[in-house]
Design a binder for this molecule. Structure first.
Ligand SMILES: [Zn+2]
Length: 435
């Protein structure tokens, strides 16, 4: 890449330091969705962009758009960005890396006096995490006019206040959001390329710095499933008379695992997780046969057919265990999110840009959900670039190296620059790096 258009890596380092300082909660990083933590991060991004001479605007859901204007303001915009919220006591890089990288690129271009052929926008997206409100992608859904009144009535897990209430407090207009007027239309977007830390161990263990995401897994979840048996005296009840919910739960988890293994052996790519499995604290004790177990099942795959095959296995396992253990199994409502198909041309461009920067980017699926899936579902050509990160994610120990981010930011800049038709003008501006 032309050194004149190098991203502002010092700005990236400074932004991460400021984000960490303002959102450290004593244990980890907390940037609560539509709360003070997320709003402070948005304020920092907006102030930085203003100092850099970028256009700053917000939509009715208080998503933030930071734009380097192009020559043709009506041409479809080249977009990058990610979310600025975090899970409670999370890490500093999940989400923020994508916004910081985008700002570093635009700051570098603006300083070099570059005017792209078309607008180039970094979007700081609200409320991607479902840890606060029981839905994913609230900000990007709202931007596309897809956040309806029932979603706005959902309550935040900690405050008990509605999404509408929180949105209003964060400067948004929930009435306008519920009306469904979109701030973004797929036809007006050339592409959305999201840079994000990898949240699993794959890149770090392989010694690879970058990953190009081949697809984002969709999910199917039974969040509120229950097994109902019968409470009974542990000493006085013979095995033949038991309806033991814990024994049924153990058999169920084992059978789910076996079904997962056999689908994998048949070439399917998926994950199956029982993340919650509890007896009733008020009733269960060491001297009782347990009468109830509450549990959850989370299935993820890029393939709808694979999710359907796993769900069919769950239904048959449920019938078998109900009969064998003489219990009732109520799976509760099934919730689902669609898989995100990543644009092959953008994947090719990211891979080529990485090779030009001297690294082989690893093709890999994303098991975690991301806003890019929502863009893809709306028909926007979308792609994701993963950056190596140690110690996993959604915890305070997230560890991305800034030199890895610098490399990833250069690769991202190469692809965005190619899409936006970047070329020089004569203006020269001062660095907008903060002190
Ligand atoms: Zn994230």
């Amino acid at each position: 890449m032309n050194p004149a258009i190098e991203p502002d890596h010092a700005l990236a380092a400074s932004l991460f330091a400021q984000l960490a300082a303002q959102s450290h909660d004593g244990i980890g990083i907390t940037r609560d969705s539509y709360g003070d933590g997320e709003s402070a991060a948005h304020a920092l991004a907006a102030a930085t962009a203003e100092r850099c001479g970028l256009e700053v605007r917000r939509d009715a859901a208080s998503n933030l758009y930071l734009t380097l204007p192009g020559r043709d303001r009506d041409a479809p915009v080249v977009m990058t960005g990610s979310h600025l919220d975090s899970v409670p006591r999370g890490g500093n890089f999940d989400g923020a890396a994508g916004v910081v990288a985008g700002l570093a690129i635009l700051a570098g271009w603006r300083r070099a006096g570059i005017v792209p052929e078309r607008d180039m926008t970094v979007m700081a997206i609200r409320a991607e995490e479902s840890a606060w409100f029981p839905l994913s992608y609230a900000g990007s859904k709202a931007a596309f006019g897809l956040l309806d009144a029932p979603a706005l009535a959902l309550r935040r897990a900690d405050t008990g206040r509605t999404l509408a209430d929180h949105m209003r407090a964060a400067g948004g207009d929930p009435g306008a959001v519920a009306a469904g007027v979109p701030a973004l239309k797929a036809a007006d977007i050339d592409c959305f390329v999201e840079l994000h830390i990898e949240q699993g161990p794959v890149l770090d263990e392989a010694g690879d710095v970058l990953g190009v995401v081949t697809g984002i897994c969709g999910s199917q979840r039974y969040r509120h499933a229950a097994i109902r048996g019968q409470y009974a005296h542990s000493g006085a009840t013979p095995r033949s008379h038991r309806r033991d919910a814990v024994v049924a739960a153990a058999a169920l988890v084992t059978a789910l695992q076996r079904a997962w293994v056999s689908l994998e052996a048949a070439g399917h790519e998926l994950t199956v997780t029982v993340g919650q499995c509890t007896t009733e604290a008020a009733q269960a004790n060491f001297s009782k046969v347990s009468g109830r177990v509450d549990f959850s099942i989370d299935m993820r795959s890029r393939s709808r057919a694979t999710l359907a095959a796993m769900d069919a296995a769950i239904q048959s396992i449920r019938a078998d265990i109900m009969q064998a253990c003489r219990v009732e199994i109520d799976l509760g409502p099934l919730t689902a999110s669609a898989a995100g198909v990543m644009d092959p041309a953008l994947q090719g461009m990211l891979t080529a840009a990485a090779a030009e920067a001297g690294v082989a980017a690893r093709p890999m699926p994303s098991g975690a959900g991301h806003d890019a899936a929502l863009f893809a579902a709306q028909g926007v050509p979308a792609a994701m670039l993963f950056v190596r990160n140690a110690h996993g994610s959604h915890n305070p120990d997230e560890s991305m190296r800034l030199d890895d981010l610098a490399l990833a930011t250069r690769v991202l800049a190469g692809v965005l620059g190619a899409r936006a038709g970047v070329f020089h003008s004569t203006a020269t501006l001062n660095s907008c790096q903060s002190v």
